[in-house]
Design a binder for this molecule. Structure first.
Ligand code: SIN
Length: 319
């Protein structure tokens, strides 16, 4: 058992991007009719007991509903995180984010930066004005985790759970405890201000932020296999121009035969095609006779980020 504070010296930098954690509703009981990304990070931090006494810095990188997350905000976030992680006076980073695309941003940050200090994403399922607001406790927990001495990697702190960036996914549309890690399981748990670390935090080799420094990121789209699927969307993408397609297949990444035929046409035209699964947990187990490669344990949205990064890497190798 490791209890807070077990702090590394130095400051924590909070990079804010918006989300429900910064949302407001007209009524405190209204948990649906609110607008995300309304309150600035300074105001959110000022409302939290004890945080004003800690060495903290805040920076508003963006202010958006994360359903609208885009490449420009991702690039800005990666560059600001890289900048602050390199500062010797910084112990760790917290990123406040919307829950809707948090798993994609967490995956991107871990793969590109693989930080040797903690980089902690947090969010909320209730707006800041709600009687049930979960943002304040999540933010305090995230700041404490960002100070854990000797920790590294990108983690997500929500509802007392610590999830690894490569495994985390949103699993519920409206409960406070809305994230899980599938078969991988959580990294740790915070209860009554005490952190129990269950297993090691993510580590790996950073691709480096320079990989994002291109005029045009590859276009990678996700298509869903379902009863009655056709190849029409794939054909439309081919007509428009696409660099990669992730197919969210059924079961162990199986595809409707009409969709599979279109994906094979796309592959023959030089498009990178991966199979993932639309099933929440388990990923895709590789089969030797598969005609299209799979994305292993990655969810379709994580696989899309990974495919973008791999295509970017290929470009930088060719350049
Ligand atoms: C968002 O993702 O920005 C809005 C929804 C949320 O944070 O829960």
């Amino acid at each position: 058992m490791q209890s807070f504070p077990s702090s590394a010296p130095g400051r924590v930098v909070i990079l804010a991007t918006g989300g429900t954690i910064a949302g407001t509703a007209a009524q405190p009981l209204d948990v649906l009719g609110y607008v995300a990304a309304q309150v600035g990070i300074e105001e959110l931090v000022a409302a939290l007991p004890g945080l004003d006494e800690q060495p903290l810095e805040t920076e508003q990188v963006a202010q958006l509903d994360s359903k609208d997350m885009d490449i420009e905000v991702w690039r800005a976030l990666v560059l600001r995180a890289r900048h602050h992680l390199a500062r010797p006076d910084v112990a760790g980073i917290v990123v406040t984010h919307g829950t809707d695309t948090l798993e994609e941003t967490a995956y991107l940050l871990q793969r590109v930066l693989a930080p040797s200090k903690p980089l902690v994403l947090t969010a909320a399922m209730r707006p800041s004005t709600s009687l049930q607001a979960d943002g304040p406790q999540n933010l305090i927990d995230a700041v404490n985790v960002a100070r854990v001495a000797g920790a590294s990697g990108v983690v997500v702190v929500m509802a007392g759970w610590l999830h690894g960036a490569l495994d985390v996914r949103k699993t519920h549309t409206h409960r406070l405890d809305a994230f899980g890690c599938g078969d991988a399981g959580p990294l740790g748990r915070i209860d009554a201000g005490r952190l129990r670390r269950v297993r090691d935090w993510p580590h790996g080799v950073a691709l480096g932020a320079d990989v994002l420094d291109v005029d045009r990121w590859p276009r990678v789209e996700i298509v869903l296999s379902h009863a009655g699927a056709s190849g029409a969307i794939v054909d439309a993408l081919l007509a428009q121009g696409v660099d990669g397609i992730v197919a969210a297949g059924t079961g162990n990444g199986t595809l409707h035969h009409a969709l599979e035929a279109a994906l094979l046409r796309a592959k023959a035209e030089g498009v990178a095609v991966w199979r993932s699964s639309r099933v929440a947990d388990g990923g895709v187990l590789s089969a030797a006779d598969a005609v299209l490669p799979d994305s292993g344990p990655l969810t379709p949205v994580q696989a899309r980020v990974e495919l973008i990064l791999q295509l970017l890497q290929c470009r930088s190798v060719r350049a």
